[in-house]
Design a protein around this ligand. Sequence first.
Ligand code: PLP
Length: 580
Amino acid sequence: MITIGERQTKSEIPFDVERIRADFPILDQKVHGKPLVYLDNAASSQKPRAVIHALKHYYENDHANVHRGVHALSERATEAYEEARIAVQKFIGAPCLRELIFTRGATEAINLIAQTFGRVHVHAGDEVILTALEHHSNIVPWQVLCWEKHANLRVVPINDDGELRLDELEKLINPATRIISVAHVSNALGTINPIQKIIDLAHQRGVYVVIDGAQAAPHLRVDVQKLDCDFYAFSGHKVYGPTGIGALYGKPQHLELMPPYQTGGDMISYVSFEKTTWNQLPYKFEAGTPNIAGAIGLAAAVEYLEEIGRDSIASHEHRLLEFATERIASIPGVRIIGTAKEKASVLSFVVEDMSALDVGTRLDIEGIAVRTGHHCCQPLMERFGIAGTTRASFAMYNTLEEVEAFAEAVEKIVASARPRAGASLNGDYPYPQAAAPSTREAAEEIAEVFEVVDDWAEKYEYLIDIGSKLPAMPDVLKQECNRVQGCQSTVFMHARKKPGTPDVIEFLADSDADIVRGELALLQRLYSGQRAGEVLAFDMPAFMQRIGLDKNLTQGRRNGLAEMVQRVMRFAENVAGQKP
Ligand code: PLP
């Protein structure tokens, strides 16, 4: 294995990562008492001082509405907004300013294309081609269009490495094909798609091409003119810019003919009650007051990126990815998902006998931020036969030392994985006994444990421990009707009225995530074997606050827990309602 030292001396381009880190104030902090290692960059990257200062400067000095005022501030704001457009235009090599539309992000850009260009060009019986590795943002807008137009979606398959099957794409294109919409880089796997080949192939057959560049813009040099794509979309917050801003490039001949996406102020040239005419490009597609500060912040971000040097960034990130891949691939019980030859800095993996949610939660306790779950790519997860992955994604400010800390943490977590015991299909499956004579007393007992530990790591271990003792739920009860929706992991709960009692409820439950099993065990201790009326009267939010879980669980986990509690409450209401 190559050591960190060897990798650094192998570097061809000097890259002062410590200097870059100093530009990102957020990185200098501890999380759960450990130095923050931020590896969730594919979801959203952090902001350099240049961006923070640009926003602050704008709001402190120049803010006013754009394109409308006759006063100095409006003039300055308009100038800054339009200069931002020039910076973003240069960033993606758009030939002309009128081809560069500010949007809220990639999602809004793709919706805009589907609802305007798509509506004009796609008719009944036509086809739109997507690929198996698209983000939901590049699936659902097309799906909705196809439903509306009675058109059909076709999907280019991938191989087991997560690479597009171009041979299959060639077969899919036919006279009914109107549009191909494809990610430049896959957010879940990191695959860099051969978009130049796809664009050339499509154009030879008269098919338009939309590129979802959300994951490419932070890592690759993009030149829309050279690519000759019809549309290119990306989000500001993934290229070190603010949230709520992004850009769409479109060929002018398309943009001119497209109807507006949204209507209102600024996008019109003349309005009367009889007739309205549209403003010129790009304003025809920027209805209402735009995200002025966002555009200015985005311009600062892309200028910062260019200053560091996109090739230097790419080669640094490539080193991080290579090192991480080597380290993670060598851990027994870990499988990397997405092993394409051409990859940007995304590393997705699954751990045997452990859900991605558990891996992510344990990494968080070590101060390491990663993403877990389906990454808004549910069809892709289905293609690999998995519920989700743990994804580490690297940015220019990450270091080899951080990758090493991440790999060591994964090693430790994997070593703690316990093989799952399967519940038998037949025979008895006892429901748990009441943990205490009443819900209130059960709550007191739990609170006593939680009150002596204020460290989240210890509370977490306690939850994992009680979760490991959760009474087995037989597979026969793990059916769709018992599935709790709205959770980040797979959760089943089956409740019943305790036989021989008028109003006592009891339930069995299970999840693929240890942390969720811990939460289910907590709920069982509180509620299972208790009278429905008492269950309904118990103040769960106050209890969560008392034991501190309201602060320790993430919003996503709190929502999941609330869904589980809701399920118990609905059942308790039914039982209480049936009581004679
Ligand atoms: N496309 C890809 C490939 C993405 O990764 C994302 C976000 O993760 C999006 C589209 C949507 O981007 P946004 O949420 O910024 O609109």
